[in-house]
Each structure stands twice: as structure tokens, then as C-alpha cells.
Design a protein around this ligand. Structure first.
Ligand SMILES: *[C@@H]1O[C@H](CO)[C@@H](O)[C@H](O)[C@H]1NC(C)=O
Ligand SMILES: *[C@@H]1O[C@H](CO)[C@@H](O)[C@H](O)[C@H]1NC(C)=O
Ligand SMILES: *[C@@H]1O[C@H](CO)[C@@H](O)[C@H](O)[C@H]1NC(C)=O
Length: 191
């Protein structure tokens, strides 16, 4: 009941201020540094999201931005290798109405599974749940100082395999794999 009331207030509040919410949830077993890059949010060094924890931001209409993560070791030392990215663009006008565009982007590389879903509808989910590190060819592997595999670069040698295992994700820059939705609250899951 309490959750219902809280949800109701959240919906009323968001409607009144004309805003959208994005929750990001670390469902993996390792702590992650979440980086948010978007309008009104210049790229930051990231915030730590411990395993099993989540965080939420409120953004205005027409906001557009991307989220990606690095391992905890990247909190104080900048890491800039290619990783899994999730992007959201709210309220784009198309065919007489407004839609949100959701994208799971492996165009540059993959480090953790990621997905995005609407919290109010069930027909907008898009994601890549497979562990593509497990099939990463030697030449595309990027390792940290401890020699652990931290990311897999997307390359001509592996993009077809990536696409097969994660058909909903954008892998080849030329394709149009995205989800078109209309919702005011989304949850991005990493890990
Ligand atoms: C985070 O994700 C997990 C797994 O999908 C889910 O069980 C949990 O309810 C989510 N937590 C929140 C606060 O969304
Ligand atoms: C979630 O993150 C908050 C803020 O960093 C922290 O206080 C809390 O202990 C964390 N909870 C879990 C279950 O890790
Ligand atoms: C980001 O991290 C670098 C070190 O990697 C540091 O020099 C810089 O001040 C940090 N920026 C912010 C906004 O914390």
C-alpha cells in the first residue's frame, strides 16, 4: 500500500513538473562507476553505484543523454576504453506525436550486460543480456593493470557474433535498432 501511494505521488509530481525519471540499477555482483553524459549533465568522473544498489535522476522534457559504466577501479583514475552504452532521447516528434527513443549501444564495445525498460509499460524493453566478454577474441580484449579482461572492443571480427547474441542492441553503426516508446519513467539495468 505504501509503495502504491508513493508511486502515485511520484506520478503526480512528475506530471506536474513535466518531467521524466530514469532509475539506474546495478544488478551485477561488482560495484560500478556510472557515467552520465547528457544535456544539463556534462560528463562527470562518475558516481559509484554499489552492487545491488540503484539511483534515480529526474530530467526535463526533451532531455537526451547516455549512461555507461566502468569498474570501481576507474573512480579515481579516468578509464576511457569503449563500453556498453544506453541512450535515451525523450519526446521526439514523429508522425504527429511525441516518442522516446531507447538504445542499447555496443557500437564501440561491450563491458557489462545492460537493458532499459519502461516502468509503466511492458512493450518497450530493449537490452543485451549476454556476456559478450566470454566470447571476446584475443585481439579485441582490453585488460586492466591486473590483467583482468574489462572490455571487448567491437570490431569487424566480432560484430556479427555480438549481433547474434544481442539482436536488440545497436552493434553496427548503420542499423536502426532502437525502441520507440512513450513513457515518463524508465529503468536502466547494468550488470
Ligand atoms: C533492480 O533490478 C532488479 C533485477 O531486475 C529488481 O529485482 C529490482 O526490483 C530493481 N530495483 C529497483 C529499485 O528498481
Ligand atoms: C546504496 O547506496 C547508498 C548511497 O551510496 C548507500 O548508503 C547504501 O548503503 C547502498 N546500499 C547497498 C545495499 O549497497
Ligand atoms: C576527475 O578525475 C581527475 C583525475 O582522474 C581529476 O583530476 C579531476 O579533478 C576530476 N574531476 C572532477 C569533476 O571530479
Amino acid at each position: 500500500m505504501l509503495i502504491l501511494i508513493r508511486t502515485l505521488f511520484a506520478v503526480i509530481y512528475l506530471t506536474l513538473i513535466n518531467a521524466n525519471s530514469i532509475r539506474f540499477n546495478n544488478t551485477g555482483i561488482q560495484n560500478l562507476v556510472v557515467i552520465l553524459q547528457g544535456v544539463g549533465h556534462p560528463p562527470s568522473n562518475g558516481t559509484l553505484l554499489t552492487a545491488g544498489n540503484y539511483s534515480e535522476i529526474i530530467v526535463l522534457n526533451e532531455w537526451e543523454g547516455s549512461f555507461y559504466t566502468y569498474p570501481e577501479e576507474c573512480l579515481n583514475t579516468a578509464c576511457d576504453y569503449p563500453v556498453t552504452k544506453v541512450s535515451v532521447a525523450f519526446e521526439r516528434y514523429m508522425f504527429g506525436s511525441f516518442y522516446d527513443f531507447l538504445l542499447v549501444d555496443l557500437n564501440q564495445g561491450f563491458n557489462v550486460p545492460a537493458s532499459i525498460k519502461s516502468l509503466t509499460r511492458t512493450d518497450c524493453d530493449i537490452g543485451c543480456d549476454a556476456d559478450l566478454l566470454a566470447i571476446c577474441p584475443e585481439e579485441d580484449q582490453i585488460k586492466n593493470e591486473e590483467g583482468e579482461l574489462v572490455t571487448c572492443k567491437t570490431s569487424v571480427g566480432n560484430f556479427q557474433e555480438f549481433k547474434k547474441l544481442c539482436p536488440e542492441a545497436r552493434v553496427d553503426g548503420g542499423d536502426l535498432d532502437l525502441s520507440v516508446c512513450a513513457s515518463m519513467s524508465y529503468e536502466i539495468t547494468f550488470g
